[in-house]
Ligand binder design. Structure first.
Ligand SMILES: Cc1cc2nc3c(=O)[nH]c(=O)nc-3n(C[C@H](O)[C@H](O)[C@H](O)COP(=O)(O)OP(=O)(O)OC[C@H]3O[C@@H](n4cnc5c(N)ncnc54)[C@H](O)[C@@H]3O)c2cc1C
Length: 297
């Protein structure tokens, strides 16, 4: 029986596990090994860890955590969680485990734009987060692919790094009159025909082809993604959801199921950065331990 099972070994889960280790709690991290940034060549913006490969970051983090004898890690995927009285039964593809508390640090499920070849460029010259990758594309010819709710905000952000922008859409979310007026005023090009194909080599984007037969030379892209936390393994427990589908939690990350907590991007339901996810994992772990300590005292 573990005190805590952490599901997900990204920065949120491993930062939590580091704190559980130091708090003398018997802890198991179960990680399917597919962090959202697995497509990225480098990760930026984490103090002392700037410009590091996501793989190296994860290996260093795992090493920190596994120094503590009371923390172990298994490479496996959780398929179901059930309650047994106050405790949790966690089923995985390979095994079954029991714990007093569970921390969901499973990140986000990400839906990328439906464009031919998108995956060839995602993480090397096509991105969604300007805070992570804007610096690398500064001054370049950048395509910005947003939807009707995000165009003005995304264009305003990306314009910080380059004034050579072409705004495109998925063909379904067309630009509204206000956005068109703003783009004209700022001197940015746009094409409302859906992008049909991305062209380039070695991960470096060179051209966008549009369904209307035109094309645009570009050197990079920022595109809006869709994210959700609707993981199948949560179906049995069915924690309460907000109207937007995100998990309903109290400020310290506890869901409507007592003892089931969330941290990192699973808690916020939106994309952030490694440093935010790690901080969230550390914060939530301490709140969880205070609960255990109160029970034990
Ligand atoms: C292309 C790209 C570039 C990025 N660049 C940067 C950058 O430069 N700087 C930066 O700070 N951030 C960057 N990010 C964002 C960063 O990846 C996230 O902020 C961070 O990974 C979130 O951490 P997390 O711990 O919440 O989730 P994740 O890192 O996604 O970790 C979740 C973990 O849970 C595991 N998991 C999921 N389901 C299960 C299950 N059923 N059983 C077991 N394990 C499971 C996954 O396999 C994964 O290992 C980038 C993201 C992308 C997509």
């Amino acid at each position: 029986m573990y005190d805590v099972i952490v599901i997900g070994g990204g920065p949120a889960g491993l930062s939590a596990a580091l704190n559980f280790g130091r708090g003398l709690k018997e802890t198991l991290v179960i990680d399917a090994g597919e962090p959202r940034n697995k497509v990225a060549e480098v990760s930026n913006g984490f103090l002392t860890q700037d410009d590091i490969s996501p793989y190296e970051f994860r290996e260093k983090a795992r090493k920190d955590v596994l120094k503590y004898d009371n923390v172990s890690l298994t490479n496996d995927r959780v398929t179901d969680i059930n309650k047994d009285g106050e405790d949790f039964i966690i089923s995985t593809e390979l095994d079954e485990f029991k714990s007093r508390q569970v921390l969901l640090a499973t990140g986000l499920k990400e839906e990328t734009p439906d464009i031919e070849n998108f995956d060839e460029f995602y993480g090397t010259s096509a991105f969604y987060c300007p805070w992570c990758d804007g610096y690398e594309l500064k001054g370049k010819r950048i395509a910005v692919m947003a939807d009707e709710d995000s165009t003005s905000n995304l264009v305003m952000l990306i314009a910080n790094w380059s004034d050579d922008l072409i705004i495109c859409t998925d063909g379904k979310s067309l630009l509204n009159d206000e956005d068109k007026a703003m783009l004209k005023n700022k001197g940015f090009d746009y094409n409302e025909s859906p992008v049909s194909k991305m062209v380039g080599s070695d991960g470096m984007l060179e051209k966008l082809e549009f369904e209307d037969g035109t094309s645009e030379v570009v050197e990079g892209m920022f595109a809006k993604m869709n994210w959700e936390t609707d993981f199948e393994f949560l179906e049995t427990l069915g924690p309460d959801r907000e109207d937007d589908g995100g998990l309903r939690t109290n400020p310290v990350g506890e869901t409507s199921v007592k003892g089931l907590f969330t941290a990192g991007e699973t808690k916020t339901g939106v994309s952030s950065q490694l440093i935010n996810a790690a901080a969230s994992g550390a914060d939530v772990a301490k709140s969880m331990m205070i609960g255990l300590m109160k029970e034990e005292f």
